[in-house]
Design a protein around this ligand. Structure first.
Ligand SMILES: [Ca+2]
Ligand SMILES: [Ca+2]
Length: 507
């Protein structure tokens, strides 16, 4: 009997680690030193949001096109929705919401389960900011596990807002991830399975902002192959025998438009000037409508490969990579598609929830996506306690893609924010481990829980990991589960600096 009980507890722990808390990284071991210290599941009436969170109420600055208000943060059915609306308020043409915790937190594991607003132009952010109300000697730091862009971009960053340079700039360390199963790149190379013969190639894109095309190369078939380092200025001479028809003097290049910048050449001919980066290296498209580039050769030529570059370089990172493109050739009667790419063919994070996480200790920041480590940032300056922010913004300049009326009525939907801490005194946790008992099992109405420590709150999850009941324990350490449908449930019990888990069957 005793053996069966311990088996049941062990099984329930295993079950929990794979169900209710399936997105936790392996190193956050709730059976060891880690425990849930703070959470907001948004399982309460809207008016209660203000117990834990403060809301922006006013205009935003910089590239943020929306003012943000408490009314745009709505708690409903266990979710807080940050709603984007097309309405003039606070001197801006859009409204949205940004909220932050009253409390500050320190080292630990932070996670947020959420969906993006379903339109380009939105910045769907789970982030931390110490504020400047910190102790002397500490740094004001912004930590961005994700400034998410629809449909499936993860944008991470770390900002040091204390040590500013004379020009007002500061150090930050951005890193971008395409998590939708397809990735954007600074160059694309299409080696044709079968050569084609044509005198016209057309490139087009419905990308929602200006973009840069550095070089657009149309190569004759070449037995030695084609450039591997496409973003190099010397790509055309990288491989013996390369003939790039785009750079023929007799080739003409036309485009849908150009971005006019004083003192700078952004003409379409720049895609054939041999320069890939820097001033005057690129064709920069117009902002609105379809963007296209048409390259007409002096006569029909046999073509073996098409290669082009896009985006602009800052440091080692490429910016403003295009979301989609299509390449066609003219066969004398029709335009025939040669290649296409669309980031929207990947996963849609406005349709599915994902969990974004951050692990912070004395020496390292780690960022996670659905429990998988995506970035490690060693540090020696991130020590000040921080607030947690949930923010929806609408961004200017195509930073998050085109701003269109499709944004109106979309929302960033947050299921929960959880914060776990690691106990330094492992002996206490070891003593507590596996001491939770619940009875009777199966249960009809009152479920009693028992543990060596003082217990405060119990949460009950179904096998899909959805929380179905949460309550503070009464003086008898019992909770009424009569409202639950018959089945197997997991329970998580919180006390002072501890969390225990178990499983039971409801009749
Ligand atoms: Ca160029
Ligand atoms: Ca929830």
């Amino acid at each position: 009997m005793k053996k069966n009980l311990s088996y049941a507890v062990a099984f329930s722990l295993m079950l929990l680690s794979h169900m209710a808390i399936a997105q936790l990284p392996e190193e956050i071991d709730l059976n060891g030193k880690w425990s849930l210290s703070w959470e907001d599941e948004f399982d309460y009436p809207d008016s209660q949001l203000d117990d834990n969170w403060i809301s922006q109420n006013g205009a935003s600055g910089g590239v943020v096109l929306c003012s943000r208000w408490r009314e745009n943060a709505v708690v409903n059915n266990g979710i807080v929705e940050l709603q984007a609306k097309k309405e003039t308020r606070g001197g801006q043409d859009w409204t949205a919401a940004s909220i932050w915790t009253k409390e500050k937190f320190h080292y630990g594991y932070y996670e947020c389960r959420y969906k993006y607003a379903g339109a380009t132009g939105t910045n769907n952010s789970f982030w931390m900011w110490t504020g400047y109300d910190i102790e002397e000697g500490q740094k004001a730091v912004e930590l961005d596990p994700n400034e998410g862009h629809y449909p499936n971009e993860i944008n991470t960053n770390i900002h040091n807002w204390t040590d500013k340079y004379e020009d007002g700039s500061h150090d930050d360390w951005p890193e971008h991830f395409d998590m939708g199963g397809i990735e954007k790149h600074p160059s694309y190379t299409h080696v044709l399975d079968a050569t084609i013969t044509t005198n016209k190639i057309r490139f087009s894109s419905t990308h929602g902002a200006h973009f840069h095309i550095g070089e657009f190369r149309i190569y004759a078939p070449n037995a030695n192959g084609y450039p591997q380092d496409a973003v190099s200025n010397s790509a055309d001479s990288e491989v013996a025998g390369l003939v790039n028809y785009t750079r023929d003097a007799a080739t003409t290049i036309t485009a849908s438009g150009s971005y006019v910048i004083d003192g700078r050449n952004t003409d379409p001919e720049n895609v054939a000037n041999g320069l890939n980066t820097g001033i005057n290296a690129s064709w920069i498209s117009q902002k609105d409508g379809e963007k296209w580039l048409e390259i007409t050769l002096s006569e029909e030529k046999e073509i073996g490969c098409i290669q082009f570059t896009n985006g602009w370089l800052s440091g080692t990172g490429w910016n403003a990579l295009i979301d989609n493109y299509k390449i066609e050739y003219y066969d004398g009667a029709n335009w025939i598609e040669l290649a296409k790419f669309d980031i929207a063919d990947g996963a849609d994070f406005s349709e599915e929830y994902h969990v974004v996480g951050m692990l912070w200790d004395e020496t390292t920041i780690k960022y996670y996506f659905d429990g998988e480590l995506i970035r490690t940032f060693p540090h020696d300056f991130i020590h000040a306690p921080t607030r947690v922010y949930l923010s929806l913004a609408i961004l200017d300049m195509g930073i998050a893609g085109a701003v269109t009326d499709a944004i109106d009525g979309t929302s960033m939907k947050v299921d929960y924010v959880r914060y776990y801490t690691k106990s330094k005194d492992t002996s206490i946790n070891n003593v507590m481990k596996n001491k939770l008992k619940s009875f009777p099992n199966p249960v009809n109405d009152l479920l009693f829980v028992e543990n060596d420590n003082k217990l405060e709150q119990v949460s009950i999850y179904d096998l899909q990991g959805k929380m179905v009941l949460q309550s503070n324990l009464d003086s008898q350490n019992s909770i009424n589960v009569s409202s639950l449908s018959p089945g197997v449930y997991c329970l998580v019990v919180n006390g002072v600096n501890m969390v225990e888990t178990g499983k039971f069957i409801k009749n």
